[in-house]
Design a protein around this ligand. Sequence first.
Ligand code: PGA
Length: 250
Amino acid sequence: MRKNIVAGNWKMNTTVAEGVQLAREVESAVKAAGELKCEVIVGVPFTHLTSVKQEINIVKLSAENCADHKSGAYTGEVSAAMVASTGAEYVILGHSERRGYYNETIEVLKEKVDLALANGLKVIFCCGESLDERKNGVHFDVIKKEIEGSLFHLGAEAFAKIVIAYEPIWAIGTGETATAEQAQEIHAFIRGLLAEKYGNQLAQDTTILYGGSCKPSNAAELFAKPDIDGGLIGGASLKAADFMGIVTAF
Ligand code: PGA
């Protein structure tokens, strides 16, 4: 049985003090909510990992990135081992903002995935097409290439540590959500790819999240789809009440 997940992606927002406060609010809301139908994760900036870790227990911790090298002379970079040493359980890799603004290629992401797994981190691996790619009808090809190129060298045991997040670039931070049908179509396609490569059981066991302007008002409809196992939440993860509105949408 695969796990449902709602993961926040704070991006480059909040000071450490603000982040600690937000994490505290999320943890206490999750505690108060009692039994939930999903795992709750907060994805926070590197600078916040250690402090946020002190505030959470039920809520799990994720970084938003890690380096594509093991260690050494890479000024300003943060390695997967460093992330793991903070107590983080997850790392988000392949976000379209990293691919777009920081030129993270399929090959670079492959290195990052390997280093994250080698250091015991689980990976929330993002993929998704731009508006042009969707208009040109190549969205399936783009997603296939991203997943195959950075993940399909993994054996089944390693792949079991991967969560996929489908995030259409045109829906991120734009207020424009993919319809539940559009998202379901891609999620089913991704699960099909996984089944072809790793067999049906592993495909059925893999959590596939939707991301892109997910909010309390549309989460329930998205999460009701058979292949949508939760969300990766940007803007709406910055307010505990909004985030909880999504967490409780299952
Ligand atoms: P958004 O971002 O929820 O603000 O659209 C999602 C993401 O980029 O992970």
